[in-house]
Ligand binder design. Structure first.
Ligand code: B12
Length: 212
């Protein structure tokens, strides 16, 4: 295993074990070794996935998820200024983004907002647990080109379909392009609910938005 693969492995495990000191040290080491910030973010995501698996198998508990989330945010604060930026490509277009109703996970949504901002988009962040009505009001108020929904809980699929239904019922569907992301999202979820694009990562979402 090469040096950086070794450190990436350490980073994943440190995050999954909620070890703040080792996580931050590994982030620094990967950056010093020349790994780009977006790749380091991807490694962190894998670590959070491992933490989720530990939770699934009864090895970790909700406080661990909270602690892991806080460490991930700290790592993101370090990485955010280093993420690739290309402000010209977006021509000042607007994205309205939020985590759907009944879901309070905000780390991936925040990263997505950050990456869009870094690429010159005007981002309206509605926060977490966003009601369908709030998405609709924001579309009316800000006339965005794009809407992004984040969903991490499979129990929140209904919030996604309710949001889509209300956007359609309000006559706004043709005015916006809509993307979705987060651990519970998939191309299938997007297709079934009439969403234009599923972004596996924040960068996928930005690339799609730039091309559309
Ligand atoms: C940290 C965490 C928490 C923290 C969140 C802290 C915070 N401030 O966000 C807290 C403690 C609050 C939490 C709570 C719960 N959680 Co939780 N949590 C996680 C965990 C471990 C990591 C999530 C995370 O931040 N990942 C890192 C980020 C960067 O990844 P991401 O969100 O996927 O985002 C990336 C992409 O998906 C994409 N993206 C995200 N959104 C969008 C949007 C768009 C438009 C685009 C283009 C891209 C995009 O961009 C990001 C970067 O590329 C996940 C495990 C996992 N596999 O996701 C479980 C997980 C999501 N949680 C889970 C559960 C069950 C819960 C609880 C119900 C636990 C409980 N019993 O109370 C509660 C629910 C609370 C609620 N109502 O929302 C389950 C969900 C299972 C399911 N099938 O639905 C998971 C999968 C864990 C597991 N394996 O069981 N959780």
């Amino acid at each position: 295993m090469s040096g950086s693969e070794d450190i990436a492995e350490k980073l994943k495990n440190a995050l999954a074990q909620c070890d703040e000191t080792d996580t931050m040290a590994a982030v620094e080491q990967l950056l010093a070794g020349g790994m780009t910030a977006d790749k380091v973010v991807a490694v962190c995501n894998q670590g959070m996935g491992l933490l989720g698996e530990r939770f699934d198998s009864g090895e970790a508990f909700v406080p661990d998820l909270m602690f892991g989330g806080a460490i991930m945010k700290k790592a993101m604060a370090k990485l955010e200024p280093l993420l690739p930026k290309d402000a010209a490509a977006s021509a000042g277009k607007t994205l309205v983004i939020g985590t759907v109703q009944h879901d309070v996970h905000d780390i991936g949504k925040d990263i997505t907002a950050m990456v869009f901002r870094g690429n010159g988009f005007n981002v309206i962040d509605l926060g977490v647990n966003v009601k369908p009505e709030a998405f609709v009001e924001a579309i009316k108020k800000h006339s965005p080109e794009f809407v992004g929904m984040s969903v991490l809980l499979t129990t929140c699929y209904r919030s996604v379909t309710e949001t889509m239904d209300l956007i359609r019922a309000s006559g706004l569907r043709d005015k916006v392009k809509i993307c979705i992301g987060g651990a519970a999202a998939s191309a299938l979820v997007a297709e079934k609910s009439g969403i234009d694009f599923y972004g596996e990562t924040a960068v996928d979402g930005v690339n799609w938005s730039k091309a559309n």
